[in-house]
Design a protein around this ligand. Sequence first.
Ligand SMILES: *Cc1c(COP(=O)(O)O)cnc(C)c1O
Length: 448
Amino acid sequence: MSIAEIAGAAVTQERRLVTAIPGPISQEMQARKTAAVAGGVGITLPVFVVAAGGGILVDADGNQLIDFGSGIAVTTVGNSAPAVVEAVTQQVAAFTHTCFMVTPYEGYVRVAEELNRLTPGEHEKRSVLFNSGAEAVENAVKIARAHTRRQAVVVFDHAYHGRTNLTMAMTAKNQPYKNGFGPFAGEVYRVPTSFPFRDGETDGAAAAARALDLIDKQVGADNVAAIVIEPIQGEGGFIVPAPGFLRALQDWCTEAGAVFVADEVQSGFARTGAMFAVEHDGVVPDLIVTAKGIAGGLPLSAVTGRADIMDAPHAGGLGGTYGGNPIACAAALAVIDTIERDGLLARAGQIEKTMVGRLNAMAAEDTRIGEVRGRGAMIAVELVKAGTTEPDADLAKRVSAAAHAQGLVVLTCGTYGNVLRFLPPLSMPDHLLEEGLDILAAIFTETR
Ligand SMILES: *Cc1c(COP(=O)(O)O)cnc(C)c1O
């Protein structure tokens, strides 16, 4: 089959390996990649994709892989989801760009209206659109600083907020995100997160007290513009904080006049079985940052929050050439429609039930699986030296390499590189989900 034929055909929902992974055509493309693309761009699995849909990625050699990655939590509604394709096709034919700051268009306003409707809290809200998660996080900090007229930004151990200069400073892990790229932005302060598996503290309020005491003593409440936190830490290892942790941080912010910012770039947009992960804890952030799953693969991000905070920056203080591009906005509106029409919150809940059930069964027989955690279709296993809590990054590498060889795309994460994370698209049919879990179960048995 030619690439055009593969791309044009509807993607059948079956795993199929016709060559070794990666196949010869992918290997040839990877050689060209090495010669043409900057070496700093790493690649998890060098199969070159020509089509995708449902729960399948099709590569240039004609292999069909099960996708447990969703392009890092982006294609939540599926790759080339029909409603997204139609909305994008119509918009691209109508017009592609005007710059919203020059001559505006309705799609941007509609996305803002939808974000204001969907995010937690009944208060009056505003939204502003950007291109990437990091850009939105940076702008949340700008807005919080303009509103509070303070400078300090508090972040957490294991945090990931992006790769721009300010968000590198906010990100915890040195390799590969920060090493050699300093100096970093100032006025960023890091405190301990809540990580029940490693810190043993299951009382979220107590874990928060530990962090808040450090803020009080080392930064001073009066200097804090914002606390920025991922409600479930993504790159850091799918760390779900103990119940009450987020609420205690939010309460402290309200008391201190600081802005509580939820970075829901990875956990938002139906991924965890709620539209936003903070909803599981009944928390209403002042500002909420979204990206990744928002537009089905088109580049879009947003900051949404309390009108009085959002309106603090002066006119012209926020924006960007491409922010809220009309094609990305059309895609986002189709994504929101698809989530609501197809009941995808419930689907994420079903995926959680299946995955957690199967993974817990594996963990019961394998003491190298230290913990199964996460919510919805954002589930991970933390791998350790058998029966201890000592991280085993080598095992995570071996399991993911074996999965890749069998046509199952999985990603690793975690400060110690020892976490396997699973982020299937919500369009994944049950038989592929089960097949992917079968492959993992067999690998865990074989590597024992
Ligand atoms: C991916 C991610 C970002 C950065 O998003 P980009 O679009 O890659 O800039 C920020 N925060 C979190 C929690 C993320 O997972």
